[in-house]
Design a protein around this ligand. Structure first.
Ligand SMILES: Nc1ncnc2c1ncn2[C@@H]1O[C@H](COP(=O)(O)OP(=O)(O)OP(=O)(O)O)[C@@H](O)[C@H]1O
Length: 578
């Protein structure tokens, strides 16, 4: 048994009625379960003294320290063997050296076993609820240091196994994988009971549920971005975007995962098991030409974009430090003396405008077109192109799906509170009939109204004195370092910020980069750093520069970027603002 810690517990906090008592296999210790403190233990010789102490103490302060095995939130799951009166408790050890540990206790008395079982069931239900989950795990094997699969195998999988959740694992085999995978997702209509739970959601699309209840992305920000953008193009974006996402840091930068507690993967997994989510902000990018996309991390151009583009070829040899090394090189190696102004390197010449208030903007491509292209393309795809590498199906229920790929749907309707019809109909036909309504609804929900692009009051920002500019909705931490770029904003604050460095010399630029890398947020106090909250910005690129959208390189094009507050559900918890 690893990782026990000793500390005294104030008896005022202990409700002894919640305590369970069981004997250790070697009869030398007693174990307690408590909703506030989790699982703790006491040597046998101390037990009677503590009980005495408790019953006589007026202050209810225990002098004898208890050994805490795991805090309440570290309790993962319990297994029961009725024949042997045995309980196996899986928990997170506190030293995290061997994080997932287990304790097996055999009860000598059947009644005690039954009582402990009851308490453990209650505790784990409090922890994880009763929600039936079917989890899709998407792994990018080439991202970052190629650790994604290992993260799954050593950290997430053990927890999923003991909690007996249904899950399927998919390994990406190239850049197109996610798009194909999303286009093949299956949906079914909510049952009568499921719809009862969400009475307010009565429209066609809200009554659908995806085959997966949770998505786990193990890779970098690029992989998450690919997933979100594939969802964005899907017919049922409104349904897909509600599916909560866990991002485990398998990539290089892992900015969003780091901001949600990804530094401690075990704690993040526990939050995932317990269903602890936050509403995250997204950015919608409307490009003048064909592409419409959503961003979850940052939109960069100029210097930053150039560094990210160049550093991609250094992926193999430098790993996570490629951005820092490449950034420093860009500043230092471009011609000219030390006093040279860095804006000459970055060549930011865009016009940027900020709208006065939250306004609706135009969509440059009718969404029907996007959707039709997708449908045509996905029809030609082979299902076998999506490799399932692992499947863990506790209670497989595929009765709703037919083998043909199109699937049947059991429709339940009610009249006077009773279910009166139960028939099957072709779901694809229904999709065709409802396409127009869905797209209008979806666009209005996203704040996109066609042909109002020029009705917005735009204010120009003078870029002549700016060296670096980034648009983001969260802190932008980096794994493998302490770096924090925008320490004043959080993924769930409903805000989007334009931030960066004003024109500075090479030396000042390097100093600023050094401040960012300490992670203390001191750059914010420097006069050359700026940040400004914006609802929407428009960029007119007038040079041959590229954009960087969540780490992926895009050709530059006129674009309007709009904040979509609270659009996604993400597992984890952002850092508290100091
Ligand atoms: N199997 C694969 N083979 C080749 N490329 C892939 C594969 N799977 C995904 N990709 C591509 O890998 C790119 C990078 O992915 P990802 O964001 O996961 O890692 P990263 O760039 O190392 O991390 P970060 O974005 O945090 O810096 C994406 O553009 C994606 O299209």
């Amino acid at each position: 048994m690893g990782g026990s810690k000793s500390y005294g517990i104030n008896c005022e906090q202990l409700d002894l009625s919640y305590l369970g008592l069981c004997k250790a296999p070697d009869h030398t210790a007693y174990y307690f379960l408590n909703e506030d403190h989790g699982l703790f233990t006491l040597p046998q010789e101390d037990f009677n003294r503590v009980r005495e102490e408790y019953s006589h103490s007026r202050t209810k302060n225990l002098q004898t320290p208890l050994q805490v095995i795991c805090k309440y939130n570290g309790l993962v799951m319990a297994e029961f063997k009725d024949d042997d009166n045995e309980v196996k408790i899986h928990y997170l050890a506190q030293d995290l050296l061997y994080p997932l540990d287990k304790l097996t206790v055999n009860f000598l008395v059947a009644d005690e076993y039954e009582a402990a079982k009851e308490r453990l069931r209650k505790l784990t239900k409090l922890c994880y609820g009763n929600r039936k989950r079917n989890i899709a795990i998407l792994i990018n094997p080439i991202s970052g240091k190629q650790e994604s699969y290992n993260i799954y195998k050593t950290k997430l999988r053990p927890m999923l196994k003991v909690t007996r959740m249904n899950y399927k694992v998919f390994k990406t085999d190239g850049p197109d994988f996610i798009d194909k995978w999303v286009s093949r997702l299956k949906f079914k209509q909510k049952t009568y009971e499921e719809r009862e739970e969400t009475l307010e959601e009565e429209d066609q699309e809200s009554s659908l549920i995806c085959e997966y209840t949770d998505i786990v992305v193990i890779g970098g920000d690029g992989l998450l971005s690919l997933y979100l953008n594939s969802c964005y193009k899907h017919h049922f974006f409104n349904t897909l975007i509600k599916i909560p996402i866990l991002i485990l840091p398998g990539g290089t930068g892992n900015a969003l995962s780091m901001d949600l507690g990804g530094k401690n993967i075990f704690n993040l997994c526990i939050k995932f098991l317990r269903g602890e989510t936050v509403k995250g902000d997204l950015i919608r990018a409307d490009f003048m030409t064909s592409k419409i996309s959503v961003l979850c991390t940052a939109f960069c151009w100029g210097f930053v974009s150039k560094v990210i583009e160049k550093s991609d070829s250094w992926r193999g040899c430098l790993g996570a430090s490629r951005y820092t090394v490449c950034g420093a090189r860009e500043v230092l190696c471009a011609g000219g003396p030390w006093s040279m102004r860095t804006h000459q390197l970055s060549k930011i010449q865009h016009n940027v405008s900020i709208s006065e208030d939250i306004c609706k903007v135009s969509s440059t491509q009718p969404l029907e077109e996007v959707k039709d292209q997708e449908t045509d393309e996905s029809d030609n795809l082979e299902t076998s192109a999506v490799p399932i590498i692992e499947k863990h199906d506790i209670k497989s229920d595929r009765s709703c799906y037919t083998n043909s790929g199109s699937y049947k749907l059991i429709k339940e309707a009610s009249m006077n509170g009773n279910m009166i019809t139960r028939g099957e109909f072709d779901f694809n036909q229904e999709i065709l009939q409802s396409q127009d309504n869905q797209n209008m609804e979806r666009m209005s929900q996203l704040g996109a109204i066609i042909d109002q692009r020029d009705e917005v009051d735009w204010t120009n920002i003078d870029l002549s004195e700016i060296s670096i500019m980034v648009l983001t909705t969260h802190e932008c931490r980096r794994s493998g370092s302490k770096e924090v770029f925008a320490p004043f904003t959080r993924i769930n604050d409903g805000k989007m910020f334009l931030c960066g460095f004003k024109e500075c010399s090479k030396l000042e630029m390097l100093m600023m980069m050094a401040k960012v890398s300490t992670g203390k947020g001191n750059q914010v106090r420097m006069s050359k750093y700026f940040h400004q909250e914006v609802k929407q910005i428009r960029i007119h690129p007038n040079s041959e520069t590229c954009f960087n959208v969540d780490g992926e390189v895009y050709d530059s094009d006129e674009v309007i970027l709009t904040c979509l507050p609270g659009m996604i559900n993400l597992f984890g918890e952002p850092y508290k603002i100091q």
